[in-house]
Design a binder for this molecule. Structure first.
Ligand SMILES: Cc1cc2nc3c(=O)[nH]c(=O)nc-3n(C[C@H](O)[C@H](O)[C@H](O)COP(=O)(O)OP(=O)(O)OC[C@H]3O[C@@H](n4cnc5c(N)ncnc54)[C@H](O)[C@@H]3O)c2cc1C
Length: 338
């Protein structure tokens, strides 16, 4: 069942099939743990797991996030996107808390002279409670970003993260509405979804800023590519579109968010072939994941940004990061049993 024959020997394809299956099981298990309230309460109140928050999170407060962003810029020329954690909330007090933290960090980024770049998940600002409130809340944050920027340069925006497939249409709709109002916004699209090529074409036509990721969620094969090789092939096709002549003429801004060095190399080759210079597009990576790669890219003159989370509700974010690489099982064990 796992021994396909296209390319490579039967034996090596068997091994790949087993490791691919293990990878999928590991990732879906960690996604389930990321959403479990019980595990979250344990992890966030246990000293044993605090090592993990230290790895993937800058600290609890907006000030901690700003401090890390300043260090990254001063030490490595790396920019940041600040993310206050707290996803899939179903409580109005938490929604208010999320919005207040986004507003606070936008103002602080402006005062610190950093890019005012704030990432937001629609479920953080009320999607599950009442989808109709999301646009109003996003508008407040985007206006705060705009006000904090003043007339300084840089790459400044409210970046909409993309959550599971049920959130695609509402997230794109809110992004487009804010963009039509002239507010500084950007959108994340996921290469694992079959619809993304079409969604990307629409954003290229609008001259948007789009962050391309592979996707941290699972979905059935009728709507998603489920094999890593297919997701990677789709990523290449999408990067080709993002760095096309048409995209350039439309003022589109490509953001390639991956830790995959083969895709990063492909991006640089495609960019140069199509007349894009370093800084006309950017790479984005996650705090705590392959930071050596981020530093090497920045040292080569590429524009690089790290996604810098802060806040107390760190378990869902950390659990998804752990799930992205089975080798991180060791990290989890180490933090639980040390
Ligand atoms: C800035 C940013 C924003 C994101 N926003 C979203 C979003 O809004 N919605 C969404 O669905 N997903 C988002 N993601 C997550 C993304 O979809 C992928 O799940 C994640 O980036 C892993 O895919 P990859 O292409 O980076 O690397 P992979 O192809 O998974 O791996 C490439 C290499 O990097 C290593 N690697 C990757 N991740 C880790 C890790 N956590 N720990 C150690 N090594 C690792 C792998 O082992 C491998 O060597 C975001 C990612 C980034 C970088």
């Amino acid at each position: 069942m796992f021994c396909w024959r296209d390319g490579g020997s039967v034996k090596s394809n068997c091994a790949k099939g087993v490791s691919g299956m293990f990878r999928k099981l590991w990732q879906s298990g960690m996604i389930a743990l990321a959403r479990s309230r019980r595990v979250r309460n344990f992890a966030q109140h246990s000293r044993a797991t605090s090592f993990l928050s230290g790895k993937y999170v800058s600290g609890e407060t907006p000030a901690a996030g700003i401090k890390r962003a300043q260090e990254l810029l001063a030490g490595n020329g790396i920019r940041s996107s600040l993310f206050y954690m707290g996803e899939y909330v179903d409580d109005w007090d938490l929604v208010t808390q999320n919005i207040d933290n986004k507003l606070d960090v936008a103002a602080r980024l402006g005062q610190a002279g950093l890019d005012v770049h704030v990432s937001v998940d629609p479920t953080q600002i009320g999607h599950h409670l009442d989808p109709d409130v999301v646009a109003g809340h996003a508008e407040r944050i985007a206006k705060a970003v705009q006000a904090a920027v003043g007339n300084k340069g840089g790459v400044n925006c409210l970046m909409f993260d993309m959550e599971d497939a049920s959130l695609n249409d509402p997230t794109i709709a809110v992004h487009n509405r804010m963009q039509d109002m002239g507010l500084p916004v950007a959108l994340t699209l996921q290469a694992y979804l079959r619809r993304t090529r079409q969604d990307l074409q629409a954003q290229i036509a609008r001259g948007s800023r789009v962050r391309l990721v592979k996707g941290a969620f699972a979905a059935p094969p009728d709507i998603a590519f489920t094999k890593r090789a297919d997701i990677k092939a789709n990523s290449r096709a999408l990067i080709g579109d993002m760095l096309s002549q048409q995209a350039r003429e439309n003022g589109f801004y490509p953001i390639i968010a991956t830790h995959d060095t083969a895709l990063q190399d492909f991006t640089i080759e495609t960019a140069r072939a199509n007349g894009w210079a370093a800084g006309d597009y950017e790479f984005e990576m996650l705090l705590g994941v392959r930071e050596d790669v981020a530093k090497a890219l920045a040292a080569k003159g590429e524009r690089v940004r790290l996604y810098v989370p802060f806040g107390r509700d760190w378990w869902p974010h950390a659990a998804r990061r752990i799930g992205e690489n089975p080798a991180n099982a060791m990290l989890l064990m180490r933090s639980l049993f040390s």
